[in-house]
Write a protein that binds this ligand. Structure first.
Ligand code: GDP
Ligand code: MG
Length: 379
């Protein structure tokens, strides 16, 4: 029987070999991409990614040579079994032109969701937070711009469920509004428009709607299907309507995740804090992230030392859709990378070493390539 080579198996599932290596390490199988694994192991790894492992007999050349091949087929249901899935909060990303009121809107939502006694906790900047409206949680990401949005998507960390496009009613559509529309469309996200600053005497809602329609975003009252609300982050007018719309939209999307599986979280912001070292704001995508969890994150291994929620409180765990600050990195992780739970720190460290080696090799090859190009460009 032909051997089952890790990199080959990865290719057949449309995955990068290191993804399988990470799975294999969890199964205590330590191999390199060009090495072979046992069929039982292959079967387990395939299952993790929603594939069934089968060895198919194929006849070649009139049955003279019998060649057995590794074949993987997508399972019908790629997702987790229904019964382990639970509803999770929608993840909302706010986009729009600079100064159109994104931060003000988020601040208003956050402040109005926090009772006076807790107000102390909101002075500090957080990258993401969860608010509740009528018992239904919604998670907002406060990003410095849409660069981070496409950046994260490029890294495969596509965690946004709904995009709220903020357009100032006095200003109308501006260059960054257009960019935001483009990004959201490319990512196939539901866009909800919030026309902000309607308190200003120069506000012109109709003009904004006309401009939106010209750009292919027909609002409902223009006969299209784009939901649109008029708000003022200054007075708070219309903000509750926006939250209601988001909750409704989230219900339609029926967003679910398995809180029991291995934890995976997406890094949305990273920084070094005095006394805490490197910390990262993450949003848990699946599983439950707990204090003590060993993890791999890009080329770095670590262990969750402590978790701090969006109100500055220390918590023991974070469930899917929840933003949380993670302390326990040796080095600052990269925005957009995924933090993935590992069985033990040893396995995490081994994978980290491999990834670092991989990256060094990649860089080396790039350098060689550009040197070669330099060489030829001078000919
Ligand atoms: P961002 O760059 O999109 O995050 O915009 P900011 O939230 O920083 O707001 C830019 C400016 O617009 C600030 O001076 C805000 O006070 C002001 N602003 C934001 N929302 C409103 C609003 O609804 N009405 C009025 N009048 N001013 C607003
Ligand atoms: Mg801002």
């Amino acid at each position: 029987k032909p051997p089952i080579i890790v990199s080959e198996l990865a290719t057949r599932m449309g995955l990068k070999p290191f993804v399988l290596l990470a799975d294999l390490i969890k199964l205590q199988v330590f191999v390199a991409p060009h090495q072979a694994i046992e069929p039982e192991t292959a079967a387990k790894v395939c299952e993790l990614h929603g594939f069934i492992f089968e060895r198919e007999k194929r006849e070649k050349g009139g049955g003279v040579h019998k060649i057995e091949e590794v074949v993987v087929e997508p399972e019908k249901v790629q997702d987790e079994p229904e019964d382990v899935l639970q509803l999770r909060p929608p993840i909302i990303t706010i986009m729009g032109h600079v100064d159109h009121g994104k931060t003000s809107l988020l601040d208003y939502i956050r402040k109005s969701s926090i009772t006076k006694g807790e107000a102390g906790g909101i002075t500090q900047h957080v990258a993401a937070y969860k608010v509740e409206r009528e018992g239904k949680p919604v998670t907002f990401i406060d990003t410095p711009g849409h660069a981070i949005f496409s950046d994260m998507r490029a890294r495969g960390a596509d965690i946004t469920d709904i995009v709220v496009l903020v357009v100032a009613a006095n200003d109308g559509i501006m260059p960054q509004t257009l960019e935001a529309i483009e990004h959201a469309k490319k990512a196939e996200k539901t866009i909800i428009v919030a026309i902000n600053k309607v308190d200003l005497p120069t506000a012109n809602v109709m003009r904004v709607k006309t401009q939106l329609a010209e750009k292919g975003l027909q609002t409902v009252d223009f006969g299209g299907d784009v939901e649109c609300v008029e708000v003022s982050a200054l007075t708070g007018a219309g903000v509750d309507g926006l939250l209601e719309l988001l909750a409704l939209q989230a219900e339609v999307l029926e967003l679910k995740a398995n809180p029991k599986g291995n934890a995976r979280a997406s890094i949305i912001e990273a920084r070094v804090q005095p006394g805490r070292g490197a910390t990262a704001s993450v949003i848990v995508e699946t599983g439950t992230l707990k204090v003590g969890t060993p993890f791999i994150c890009g080329p770095f291994a670590g262990k969750v030392k402590s978790l701090i929620n969006d109100r500055g409180e220390s918590v023991k765990e974070a469930k899917p859709g929840t933003p949380v600050e993670v302390i326990g990195f040796d080095e600052m992780p990269n925005v957009g990378d995924s933090l993935v739970e590992m069985d033990n720190i040893r396995a995490a460290q081994k994978l980290a070493d491999e990834r670092q080696l991989d990256r060094r090799n990649d860089r080396l090859q790039l350098t060689r390539k550009s040197r070669m190009e330099d060489l030829f460009s001078n000919v």
